[in-house]
Design a protein around this ligand. Sequence first.
Ligand SMILES: *Cc1c(COP(=O)(O)O)cnc(C)c1O
Length: 378
Amino acid sequence: MSIQVLKPKYHVEECLEQIRECLEIGWTGMGFKTVEFENEWKKYTGHENAHFLNSATVGLHLAVEILKQENGWNDGDEIITTPVTFVSTNHAILYENMKAVFADIDEYFCIDPDDVEQKITDKTRAVIFVGYGGRVGNLEKIIDICKKHNLKLILDAAHMAGTRVNGIFPGTMEGVDVAVYSFQAVKNLPTADSGMICFKDGGYDDICRKLSWLGINKDTYSRTTVQGSYKWAYEVDYLGYKDHGNSIIAAIGLVQLKYLDKDNEYRRTLAKIYDDLLSGHDKIKIVGANYADECSYHLYEIIVDDREGLLAALAENDIYGGVHYRDNTEYSLYNYAHGTCPKAHELTQKNITLPLNLWMTENDARKVAEIVIKHTNK
Ligand SMILES: *Cc1c(COP(=O)(O)O)cnc(C)c1O
């Protein structure tokens, strides 16, 4: 069987059972399982607020939109972000007519606190921190910088489902204003497409619930009584989009959440095999993780000189690596910032994502490592 870079594994029978419940009672939309999933997520993480959405992309947009609206930010104001991420992170800034200012990355492939401070101007309003591959990097220093300069902090926790720091979920740390998780098909808690937005401020959570359902001020679920009678009246407070999640997808999330810690534990076992076998080779640089024994390890990334050659060598063995990510300032939308993050630019010419997923055996990881070593020492 081929070894893929990211491949989700589902508890199929349990998921089908949960979905069946939705179909049988005739409630597949927002409410019911979405509420249950929000409550389980809050219990699991310690977040005080959690709102289930149809993706993390819309969550990041809502985060920027609500912070902008509620804090009186202007078009053209700046948010400091990373060039090494999925474009959702940075599109969220552009959707709101703000400017993405890029900070360079550190050894963890997360934004470097020193460069973040360099990039602050009188127009800076917020920082978006991406927990790359589940890593926390220097998040705590970024929190201090945001406090010092009175900036909001958005955590793109798309890779961080299950990541802890000394037992605490980083998104719940004092100083993080909002955390956005992805439960997209290949993330650590895979559903199909969905996400969770967790505001620290309950008022923002209220606004978010309206905005994510066209601005309507009361959802249908809470307007329906146990007897089935239905209060039809509602107000429309905002020009919102349709961003909320549904019960079918939440049903999958509820099942997968039960196994998340165990799944992440196994990812760490595979990552440890890579670490042990690949470290000490001059031509292979591992993108390390701090708090590695609590990291979700969404991605295992290495730096090699001959990326294309290595990808081809792996493919010859029916093993498929990936690349996370291309330097976003190489895309036309962001190339005004090309050259502002030299380290990110250099490292993203050579980074490769090794397969790390729950279908792999420990021997699969050894086999991958062996090919990597053989090829890079050629
Ligand atoms: C996957 C991902 C997103 C977007 O998540 P969706 O749920 O697919 O919208 C955002 N940021 C990062 C870093 C991601 O990897």
